[in-house]
Design a protein around this ligand. Structure first.
Ligand code: ZN
Length: 497
């Protein structure tokens, strides 16, 4: 028996609840509780009531139920009175809130005469608690089984659908039950992000290109290095379903690709592309916009004298006073390249224009196809993929050997370690061979000028880098280079082939 039952005046609180379609009104419940308190000569110190029929249903902490629990925790009353057991709870599981181990609240039920301070009343109440616990357990098992079946079928859990897909609701699913449908316009963003990154573009540059093309994220926000990075790490784009992560953890970098299973939806990019981007991004800190190149040749062209990469700079004109005495023209800012060792600062526009023409001319030539084709000696991706599948097969063979007792745990661990190493090696090989070939797509281009005008800045820079070294020469101070001929005479192109 608890101490409170021996005290002459038990402080009582009542709880009432009314749901949709119930005839026993709140007023009646409150009245019944008051009468019972009077009969026992106890003081009713608080009354709590939830009206679930009202249009704006209170939830969570805003309910009278939650307020009642807080009041009990604050020691404001000793026992709770309700008219019926089903008044006490919205669902049976609410019972768990008021009885041990969570709380030891004395409960008095007017109809049925349950008082948890009586052994028989307590027994009845314990039965209710057991029923409630069973209800929770059944629900959990059902949810786990559903999640497991869903995973085995390759279906993602509902939640945030990645950019490039939309969620298919159950009433519009076909017989395959696929959950993701491709949104073509967004999928193009995803493909561009992968293509550009594998062609050597910085994250910030990719974001800038998307923003300048008027593209926005799912939330309507501008692209940022972090959003681009998340796309490049996301296994869903290669139709890979990651293993369930601990609740609240959404770190894409921590997903192990080898632990992903096949997803039952259409991929947007190749699995090899994902392996390649992840191999360079996982563990690498995300670059901020500072690393992005805004101009065609900054950090790419070199100074012809000291051979240091040039930096972009903001030039400023210094107009002299006009001869007619009408003052001085406003100074203008212009895009410039400068040598970090002070050998020159030159207007950048004409140099960019000249180098672009040289590039277009070069890739228009009939032999450009061989020029840009990947070396024959590189590893064959198909062979690597076959190796991968073979290694994965060996892994399940080891699992069988353990299960059948033909291999002991230590030997299995060693074998699995070796396998994991080999698998990592093959994945890295695949990643490298993709990275080595950023310009493969250019090999079949018919109209070089059209390709150039459509290409992103990052892609143009990658082409220049693959073809040539651009060495910028100083010109006399104050001399202005304004024609293509003059540019050609002051910019040296050193072909790589
Ligand atoms: Zn220099």
């Amino acid at each position: 028996m608890s101490l409170s039952t021996q005290m002459p005046s038990t402080r009582l609180a009542s709880y009432a609840r009314q749901s949709v379609g119930e005839d026993q009104g709140l007023r009646q419940q409150v009245e019944d509780c008051r009468n019972e308190a009077t009969r026992r000569a106890w003081s009713l110190v608080a009354e709590f009531a939830d009206n679930d029929t009202s249009a704006s249903k209170a939830r969570g902490a805003a309910t009278a139920w939650a307020a009642m629990l807080r009041a009990f925790d604050a020691g404001e009353f000793d026992a709770l009175i309700v008219t019926d057991v089903d008044r006490l709870t919205r669902s049976l599981t609410d019972v768990l809130e008021v009885r041990p181990p969570k709380r030891d609240m004395r409960i008095i039920v007017v109809r049925g005469s349950i008082d948890t301070s009586d052994p028989s009343g307590d027994f009845m109440f314990k039965q209710l608690v057991l029923l409630a616990e069973r209800e929770v357990a059944v629900k959990t098992v059902r949810a786990q089984r559903y999640a497991r079946d869903r995973r085995a079928a390759g279906h993602p859990s509902p939640g945030l659908t990645p950019h490039g897909y939309r969620w298919i609701f159950s009433n519009e699913r076909d017989h395959t039950g696929t959950r993701y449908a491709i949104v073509e316009e967004e999928a193009q963003d995803v493909r561009q992000i992968f293509r550009e990154y594998l062609a050597g573009a910085a994250l910030g540059q990719i974001a800038r290109d998307l923003n300048e093309a008027g593209r926005r994220t799912r939330k309507g926000a501008r692209w940022h290095t972090s959003t681009v990075r998340r796309i490049l790490l996301n296994p869903f784009y290669a139709a890979l379903l990651p293993p369930a992560q601990p609740t609240g953890e959404h770190d894409l970098a921590r997903i192990v690709i080898e632990e992903c299973t096949a997803g039952a939806w259409e991929s947007i990019i190749q699995r090899e592309q994902l392996l390649a981007t992840r191999s360079t991004l996982v563990g690498a800190k995300s670059n901020h916009d500072g690393n992005a190149r805004r101009w065609l040749l900054s950090g790419l062209a070199i100074c012809s004298i000291c051979r240091s990469p040039v930096r972009s700079a903001r030039g400023e004109t210094h107009p002299t006073a006009r001869k007619d005495g009408s003052g001085t023209a406003a100074s203008l800012r212009y895009h410039a390249y400068r040598c970090v060792n002070g050998h020159f600062m030159r207007n950048g526009d004409i140099i960019d224009e000249y180098v672009a023409e040289v590039c277009i001319g070069r890739i228009s030539q009939p032999d450009s196809r061989t020029l840009l084709e990947p070396p024959e000696t590189g590893p064959d991706i198909e062979v690597l993929n076959a190796q991968k599948i073979e290694l994965e097969g060996r892994e399940s063979a080891i699992a069988l050997l353990i299960a059948s007792g033909k291999m002991n745990a230590q030997a299995a661990r060693d074998a699995l370690d070796v396998l994991a190493d080999e698998l990592r090696g093959v994945n890295n090989e695949i990643a490298r061979s993709i990275l080595r070939d950023p310009l493969a797509e250019l090999a079949g281009v018919a109209d070089a000028r059209a390709w150039w005008s459509e290409a992103t800045l990052a892609r143009r820079r990658a082409v220049i880098d693959a073809l040539m070294v651009v060495a910028i020469q100083p010109v006399g101070a104050g001399r202005r280079v304004t024609t293509m001929d003059a540019a050609a005479a002051s910019v040296a192109i050193e072909w790589r082939h």
